[in-house]
Design a protein around this ligand. Structure first.
Ligand SMILES: Cc1cc2nc3c(=O)[nH]c(=O)nc-3n(C[C@H](O)[C@H](O)[C@H](O)COP(=O)(O)O)c2cc1C
Length: 215
């Protein structure tokens, strides 16, 4: 696996996958981001602001190659490749990723097959992080979401940074999960300059994205 990036040149892309703004997942992600060293670049993309077209499986059609992505897909591809760290901030929906987050990951399959992009090779060595909120008190209910992300990271030769889980149903409720709030403040701080994180955090600006910068 490619060596992880040094903290001095890290660029974090926060991908917000909730179907509502300023929900619990976003709250946790923003608390975590606030603890990043000032020089670390941060970009935020709300996936619902940059809707992707339905994913088409063209792997076995003709050459199996995909055309150059355009529009929001192009922007998301460029933002993804520009980042050293991808923070997938998806709420738990039906024990898994939100639809917009899953669709974004499905498009990775297309981007892997766009001639000249070398998506898989360029993803290797980046670090993936997970932030999620769930209304269940049983954190294990998020295992499918975390397993999906960990497996995706592994498939692309990415490092696993760590996961932050928070309990909440209505927006703002995660503020009552003190363990999650504590985890948010330490999620990125535990990464040494040379070593990616590897744990799940208990309980547990800004750069301008090529797609859509949000506050
Ligand atoms: C479509 C949908 C599916 C959900 N599925 C689950 C679930 O499987 N398990 C769970 O604990 N909570 C589930 N919830 C509750 C959300 O995870 C919870 O409200 C969370 O705080 C939403 O995150 P957000 O505030 O960042 O939008 C679901 C909510 C919605 C809207």
């Amino acid at each position: 696996m490619t060596a992880p990036h040094h903290t001095t040149d890290r660029r974090f892309l926060f991908l917000l996958g909730s179907a509502r703004p300023e929900g619990n997942t976003e709250t946790l992600a923003r608390i975590a981001a606030a603890e990043l060293p000032a020089h670390v670049q941060r970009s935020w993309v709300r996936l619902s602001d940059v809707p992707l077209p339905p994913f088409e499986d063209l792997r076995h059609v003709g050459t199996g190659q995909y055309p150059e992505p355009v529009g929001n897909a192009r922007g998301l591809l460029d933002a993804t490749l520009a980042a050293t760290d991808l923070v997938i901030a998806s709420p738990l929906y039906w024990y898994s990723l939100s639809a917009s987050t899953k669709l974004y990951l499905d498009h990775w399959s297309a981007w892997m097959r766009v001639p000249g992009v070398a998506f898989k090779e360029r993803m290797a060595g980046k670090t993936m992080w997970a932030v999620t909120a769930l209304s269940s008190a049983d954190r294990a209910k998020a295992d499918p979401l975390l397993g999906t992300l960990r497996n995706c990271a592994e498939f692309l030769g990415m490092h696993w940074g760590g996961a932050l889980l928070g309990h909440g149903s209505a927006p703002g409720q995660v503020h009552t999960d003190t363990a999650a709030l504590q985890g948010a403040t330490s999620l990125f701080g535990r990464v040494s300059p040379d070593t990616p994180g590897a744990d799940e955090v208990e309980g547990e600006d800004e750069g301008v994205s090529a797609v859509a910068a949000i506050g």
